[in-house]
Design a protein around this ligand. Structure first.
Ligand SMILES: [Zn+2]
Length: 1015
């Protein structure tokens, strides 16, 4: 029992078990001029063994990994799945049956984790390959952390001069990069992809879990240097970036880090050229904070011609008197106050003291000319629905509790020493509270009052703001008034219980209250707003799916909501909604959520809100929305090198006319924007291509700043080299965002068809142009797009696009979410991580020798992987299920849930977190959940039980097994076969553009649209 202290410390103490080690932290190493890479080097000897089967035979036994070269054939840049087609006849069945055969063999191997036993004693099944599985295909993607290829690269002399702006950026050679991205497993050229039955072996098709787990292990111990390596880690993998002048992929990801020189060359790949931006992305522990630079009255130096901000890629000439713009090549005079001489190599002598010349992402403080109004600390205005449904279902209670949790750490924290509680909101920020049902109620929260004063505004036809002082207050000063009001609200309105909320008038008064300053609104809603001006009605009766009318339900023509949205953006206001449909009813998210989408906000949607189960999620998400990095009154502009131009933007914002800046009422850490580029000329392969995004915003603390992110890519004459530096996550993100943007114009069927076509185009383009000498019957996948097909299948199966019935509220919600999701959140949304917890290694879920959490490997999203008696965490970043097999061991249940819980029926169906118990398993799982909680987007991680045969959430479990046939779409195996068939037709010149439903030419309906690849 002596180790309880250890895991309790891990589970609850240090906030980040996955963070960098406390001592000798390599992640904090930050060389001034990148001299010696010593700090990056892995100490310790290389793997000594060269026995290829050792690792495969016991992957979880903590055996020193072996096999260096054969895991990483030096120039293995692709994978083929030979004879996939040859087996097509048998294939429809193959996918499902092979694993079942193995499944039975495993049956008797479900040893339940024996917590007292020594390591490995009773863990018979730990992912050990089963008989009959061709062992050479197992676990080959797992890198050896000590293998030479996984060590940080040597910094060459050329690199150590980096990033002198005059030297050309040369990406790492393909081999390094390939290994770096941990995609080198499965060296299958020429190897038959068959199981012994002669069918397609589902084990062998590219594995999303493997593509994440291997790099995740690598980046536990290594930093990602943003110039030396030019292919970002997979988006879901936590990593510490070292900004060397090129922005971290957390802020900006290019689809192609090596860009074809001409439009024709790009077209041969069918890939989009785009940039996924997440300008306020959160940093990971161990990463350098973003420098904030103040150039005083003059503001930051900018190119006089194209207004690009000064950055690490602008060379200085004429002894330091000129700086040459890296976008338009204009030679600018250096302002006198910014002058510094250059050394003989042309580098400014003060360069290392100038973060704007060495760092890819910086914040510039900006002077008055960048203001449209006096910047002040952000105003948070909470609009609280107090109608009957909100009261009855506990939503009002939860929302008030959530606000207190966000502001003060919850009711319980009140009892603690007031002085010791740190301020949650930055100084200068203020909060206001408004409640609404058929009327609107304002509250004076002035610190001088004993309790809040309510001012009722009965005239909802012509609402105004009835008080000027006391509406917005400092949350710390007025803490007593605020907490007492929020505590009383549920009781106060339990007497009233008006059934119908008047939402639009409330939004209009909120707009009036914030017009002078801008700010952010947080609004709860639990019923369709059917009262007063702008009342809405039930549009979706559930009977118009797959019709043109359905398309209308996905958008809104409501003039009142459209107008308030536009006005809010103009005034620098954005809104997050917390919408609950306790009885599963229709809320017209299309209309209400439109206000969030246009103003840069977000909708948190609880389609089957259940108190108390969902209270923790609600509360945690309110806290997240208030405490995450938030800017308001924002404008964004993206600039690129001569020869390229912006062709489209995708995301949630207001765009007045094409060419104008993007406008955001608010923008926060979780929001991302997709930018697409087209050619207006030819790029010079001797030069690099540059991109800069500039977000002008006011911080929550009231500073007007510009967040600049700079990205560089090399240029290549042909497209073959470009394929080696494809960023799969960026490609998927851009395609998903554009598909979501098309949803209001095209039918769902057309969009699914276009996604299929696009997948075929990209993979056929690769096969045609760069596929090498592989036999024609093989499916050849680009090394860096191996899991691309699976992610697109996940997109086709997502709530936004899937076939079959789906309430339009849910479709619209997911569609808008996809438009604003960053690469990490989207990756998880398109393919969940599934972790089996009934057969954990005893070391899983605890710190390794370097203090990093050891995570078990994830399994494929397929029922064929589910074991009898098994228990699984299924997390797609939106919800997190705990699925329990009907025959789960009573011992396991007791270890996980506490004594007396020996059968599924005894568990509380509405629990949302695990109890804290002193068992090994319980601590392991809590640690694992904590890790998952830290690598996600905007949604809180709370558990929802899905007990086999008992809970409705089981349907969601089945829906998320994206490798199986579900959501009215194919299994992964069948999907690959389908794609392959069409690639072969394309190669034979016989491809008819058909959509996945077998109807004609969805692709052709996209012709003429601005962006190139939907045509
Ligand atoms: Zn310029």
């Amino acid at each position: 029992m002596s180790d309880f202290a250890m895991y309790h410390a891990l589970g609850q103490g240090p906030p980040n078990p996955n963070g960098p080690p406390q001592k000798d932290d390599p992640n904090k190493f930050r060389p001034p001029v990148a001299p010696s890479p010593g700090g990056y080097q892995q100490a310790g000897g290389p793997a000594s063994s060269n026995v290829p089967n050792q690792f495969m035979a016991a992957p979880n036994q903590n055996t020193p990994p072996a096999l260096e070269q054969s895991y990483f054939p030096p120039h293995q840049a692709e994978q083929d799945m030979s004879n996939l087609t040859g087996q097509m006849g048998a294939v429809g069945l193959g996918g499902e049956q092979a694993p079942h055969a193995r499944h039975h063999k495993k049956k008797d191997r479900h040893a339940y984790h024996n917590i007292e036993g020594p390591g490995g004693s009773s863990q018979a099944f730990n992912g050990v390959p089963q008989a009959g599985t061709p062992t050479q295909f197992l676990n080959q993607g797992v890198p050896s952390p000590t293998a030479a290829q996984w060590q940080s690269p040597q910094i060459t002399p050329a690199m150590s001069q980096f990033p002198a702006a005059t030297t050309m950026f040369a990406p790492a050679n393909p081999t390094t990069s390939t290994q770096h991205a941990a995609r080198s497993g499965m060296p299958l050229a020429g190897a038959p992809a068959l199981s012994s039955q002669g069918r397609v072996d589902p084990e062998q098709i590219p594995s999303v879990p493997r593509s994440r787990d291997a790099p995740a292990k690598y980046y536990l111990e290594h930093v990602y240097p943003t110039m030396e390596h030019h292919l970002a880690p997979p988006a879901l993998v936590p990593f510490v970036a070292y900004d060397q002048g090129n922005s971290s992929p957390k802020f900006a990801r290019l689809t192609l880090n090596n860009i074809p020189a001409s439009a024709d060359a790009l077209a041969s790949t069918s890939l989009p050229l785009g940039l996924v931006l997440q300008p306020l992305a959160p940093l990971q522990e161990g990463e350098q904070s973003i420098p904030v630079l103040d150039f005083g009255e003059t503001g930051p130096p900018r190119c006089r011609r194209c207004r690009t901000y000064i950055n690490p890629f602008m060379p200085f000439r004429s002894g330091g008197n000129k700086f040459v713009c890296n976008m338009c090549t204009f030679p600018n005079d250096v302002p006198a106050e910014y002058f510094a001489p250059t050394d003989p190599s042309g580098v400014r002598v003060d360069r290392m003291q100038r973060p704007e010349l060495t760092t890819g992402t910086v914040d510039f403080m900006v002077p008055k000319e960048y203001w449209s109004k006096e910047p002040v600390g952000i105003r948070w205005l909470f609009l609280i629905d107090v109608t009957a449904e909100a009261v009855n279902r506990g939503f009002l209670d939860g929302f008030c509790e959530g606000i207190m949790n966000a502001l003060y750490g919850g009711v319980k924290a009140k009892a603690q020493d007031e002085e010791s509680t740190p301020r949650r909101l930055p100084k200068g920020s203020k909060i206001g509270i408004v409640t609404f049902d058929k009327e609107i109620h304002f509250y004076n929260l002035s610190v001088n009052l004993d309790q809040a004063q309510m001012l009722v505004m009965p005239d909802i036809e012509d609402p105004f703001v009835p008080l000027s002082d006391g509406l917005f207050v400092d949350p710390e000063e007025s803490k007593a008034v605020i907490t007492s009001l929020l505590t009383q609200l549920p009781n106060m309105f339990s007497e009233v219980k008006n059934p119908e909320p008047a939402l639009l008038p409330t939004l209009n008064s909120a707009l009036a209250a914030l017009t002078a300053t801008g700010g952010k609104i947080i609004c709860s809603l639990s019923a369709l707003p059917t009262w007063g001006p702008g009342r809405l009605f039930l549009r979706d009766d559930g009977n118009i799916h797959n019709t043109d009318a359905e398309k209308k339900l996905l958008t809104t023509e409501h003039p009142g909501y459209r107008k308030v949205a536009t006005k809010m953006v103009e005034s620098g206001i954005g809104i997050d909604f917390f919408m609950a449909a306790p009885s599963g009813g229709y809320l017209d998210l299309a209309t209400i959520g439109h206000v969030s989408a246009v103003t840069g906000g977000e909708v948190f949607y609880y389609p089957n809100f259940h108190s108390p189960r969902d209270m923790l999620k609600l509360s945690t998400e309110i806290k997240h929305t208030v405490t995450r990095e938030t800017g308001y009154q924002a404008l964004m502009k993206v600039r690129c090198s001569n020869g390229l131009q912006v062709s489209a933007y995708h995301g949630n914002f207001y765009h007045h006319t094409f060419g104008a800046d993007l406008e955001f009422g608010v923008i926060d850490a979780d929001k991302s924007i997709g930018v697409m580029f087209s050619y207006d000329g030819k790029l010079d392969p001797k030069l690099d291509a540059h991109f800069q995004s500039a977000l002008l915003y006011t911080t929550a603390s009231g500073e007007r700043r510009v967040r600049c992110s700079n990205v560089v890519a090399s240029v290549t004459e042909g497209a073959a080299d470009a394929m080696k530096f494809v960023d799969q996550d960026a490609v998927v993100n851009i395609i998903a965002k554009e598909a979501a943007a098309r949803m209001t114009e095209k039918s769902l069927k057309e969009i699914r068809g276009a996604l299929t076509e696009k997948t075929v185009d990209i993979l056929a383009g690769y096969r045609k142009n760069f596929g090498g000498n592989n036999p024609p019957g093989q499916l050849v996948l680009p090394e860096n797009l191996k899991e691309f097909s699976m992610y697109i299948l996940g997109l086709i199966k997502s709530r936004a696009f899937k076939g079959g019935k789906e309430p339009t509220d849910r479709r619209v919600h997911d569609m808008r979410m996809i438009k604003s999701m960053g690469p990490l959140e989207l990756s998880l949304y398109l393919y969940p991580r599934i972790i089996s917890i009934h057969n954990l290694d005893e070391k899983d879920g605890f710190a390794n020798e370097n203090g990093h959490l050891r995570m078990p490997e994830a399994i494929r999203a397929s029922f064929s992987k589910v074991e009898e008696g098994g228990v699984y965490i299924v997390d797609n970043g939106q919800i997190c299920l705990l699925w329990l097999h009907a025959q789960v061991s009573p011992n396991l249940l007791e270890d996980l849930f506490g004594e007396g819980h020996t059968s599924l029926k005894q568990l509380d169906a509405f629990q949302s977190m695990l109890p804290v118990l002193q068992t090994h398993l319980n601590a392991q799982v809590r640690n694992i959940l904590q890790y998952l909680e830290q690598t996600r987007g905007s949604k809180a991680l709370t558990l929802q039980l899905a007990r086999q045969g008992l809970d409705g959430a089981e349907y969601e479990f089945a829906r998320l097994l994206y490798e199986d046939r579900n959501n009215e779409a194919q299994s992964y195996v069948d999907w690959l076969v389908h794609i392959h068939r069409h690639i072969q037709l394309e190669l034979a010149g016989q491809r008819k553009k058909e959509d996945s439903d077998g109807l004609t030419s969805a692709g052709s309906t996209f012709v003429g649209l601005r962006t190139p690849y939907w045509g």
